[in-house]
Design a protein around this ligand. Structure first.
Ligand SMILES: [Zn+2]
Ligand SMILES: [Zn+2]
Length: 367
């Protein structure tokens, strides 16, 4: 029997009976560690024993009541774990296998998924985001992953949990900022904000072949990390106007791709203002209200500009590719894990991460 199971646990075929610890959204301002039933995998599902997970800025929005989830929901959408049980019909995986699943868990079979839009599964905006949103998430001892065969990706033996902890969300989202922006070899790219996602966008632009990468932030540790991950120029917006500075650095030409990784009018607008004619704004931020497109920066609609937005790409093949990037050594995001907590102390982890204290980038949570 698995010693991690708490309460009166017993194992039945394909099923663990008992309770587990889980971080539950109890209402705005409250995330509580509670004992809840271990979920039972239905057809197509897998039950993972979570070995490592993390907190996301989105979880902090949930905590603050800025993004609505149902009270009682177990939150968290970045699972690294071991398969504990498989539902009926799941083939190609075995109990005991180390796996990750993406933050986005597409069904893999609907029209949107078959069109390559897994994040918009079901044809609804954000339809692929289920874990810790519309179904229970992974800040818990166990998590149920739906549509397991579309979502589980085995972890290469030589990689640790922490090495792949950024793959489910941060790395997938940040890289997609560069990919969806269509960064080409020799491009000049500006990235507004160097939080975990912006930093991964910086690393992604480098991997895509950008020759000049300009990273914008004001936090010294973030700018230093941006430099480590491939930024050529660091712009501290608290000391200099970033639009003027980027235009100066590009001899007035502007950038080919501007990546927005914060979710504010100011940074969105700045992306347009530093863009060359025909350039692309690749938007990753989550906006809290309406956006306005300035007439002049958008060349009255005649500048051949492209604006794209992306939600974290998910699915097993995406996860396999991201872990292959880690395994190849082409990017090392290990240094982004700055703090470690036990699941028992998750409320303290939220306190630290939510207030961005002590130079935190990402925390590792181990049940
Ligand atoms: Zn997230
Ligand atoms: Zn689907």
């Amino acid at each position: 029997m698995d010693t991690a199971i708490t309460g009166a646990a017993a194992v039945q075929p394909g099923r663990l009976v008992g309770t587990m610890k889980a971080a539950v959204f109890a209402g705005p301002g409250r995330i509580e560690l509670r004992e809840v039933p271990i979920p039972t995998p239905g057809p197509g599902d897998a039950l993972l024993r979570v070995t490592t997970t993390t907190l996301c800025g989105t979880d902090v929005h949930i905590l603050k009541g800025e993004y609505p989830v149902a009270p009682g929901r177990v939150i968290g959408h970045e699972p690294v774990g071991v398969i504990a049980a498989l539902g009926a019909g799941v083939t190609g995986y075995r109990v005991g296998q180390r796996v990750i699943a993406g933050a986005i868990t597409p069904c893999g079979q609907c029209n949107a998924c078959l069109d390559g839009l897994q994040a918009q599964c079901g044809g609804k905006a954000m339809g692929g985001w289920r874990l810790g949103n519309t179904i229970d998430g992974c800040q818990a001892e166990y998590v149920l992953v739906p549509d397991a065969m579309a979502n589980l990706a085995p972890i290469p033996d030589n990689l640790t949990d922490e090495q792949v902890l950024m793959c489910p969300d941060i790395m997938s989202t940040g890289f997609s900022g560069a990919e969806r922006g269509g960064v080409k070899i020799g491009d000049t790219v500006a990235i507004f904000a160097q939080g975990p996602i912006g930093l991964c966008a910086t690393a992604g632009a480098k991997l895509m072949g950008a020759s000049t990468i300009i990273a914008v932030d004001q936090v010294p540790e973030r700018l230093a990390m941006a430099s480590r991950l491939g930024a050529d120029h660091l712009v501290d917006f608290s000391k200099t106007d970033p639009v003027e500075e980027i235009l100066r650095l590009t001899d007035g030409r502007g950038v080919d791709v501007a990546i927005e990784a914060l979710g504010t009018q100011v940074t969105f607008e700045a992306c347009l203002r530093v863009l060359r004619a025909g350039g692309t704004v690749s938007s990753l931020g989550v906006y809290a209200g309406d956006l306005t497109i300035p007439h002049d920066a958008f060349a009255a609609g005649l500048g051949d500009h492209t604006i794209v937005s992306t939600l974290c790409p998910g699915g097993s093949e995406r996860m396999r590719r991201l872990m292959a990037v880690v395994e190849s050594g082409r990017v090392d995001l290990g240094a982004m894990v700055t703090h470690r907590f036990k699941l028992d102390d998750i409320e303290a982890a939220y306190e630290l991460f939510g207030h961005q204290r002590d130079g935190v980038f990402k925390v590792a949570i181990t049940p």
